[in-house]
Design a protein around this ligand. Structure first.
Ligand SMILES: [Zn+2]
Length: 108
């Protein structure tokens, strides 16, 4: 599964919208604030990213909240196990989710 990182700043309203969008769509992501995080700033300049929010999805970069593009690139969803309530990141293939809970081993 691809890792998803969002480059943000805490003053940008679109970054908040971007995070809400990810949460609503059950996408696991790591947030890096480019004003606080030198590593994130380096990542931004080295990839020629010109603005935030920027989404790094596997090897792809999406600048701006391009919802269709993001949903196309992301290959997982967060699913809660109905049995033990653990949040599990599972791969999505053709809209189907096939996985087992790592904790209680029941099908998700
Ligand atoms: Zn479980």
């Amino acid at each position: 599964m691809k890792d998803v990182t969002i480059l943000t700043t805490n003053t940008c309203p679109y970054c908040k919208m971007a995070k809400d969008f990810m949460t609503q769509n059950k996408i696991h992501f790591i947030e890096k604030d480019v004003n606080m995080d030198a590593q994130a700033r380096y990542e931004m300049t080295s990839r020629n990213i010109t603005g935030v929010p920027a989404f790094i999805i596997g090897k792809d970069v999406v600048v701006g909240l391009d919802k269709a593009k993001i949903l196309e690139l992301v290959d997982h969803r967060i699913v809660k196990c109905l049995n033990c309530n653990t949040s599990v990141r599972v791969p999505t293939k053709e809209g189907k989710i096939n996985a087992r809970c790592p904790k209680c081993k029941s099908a998700i």
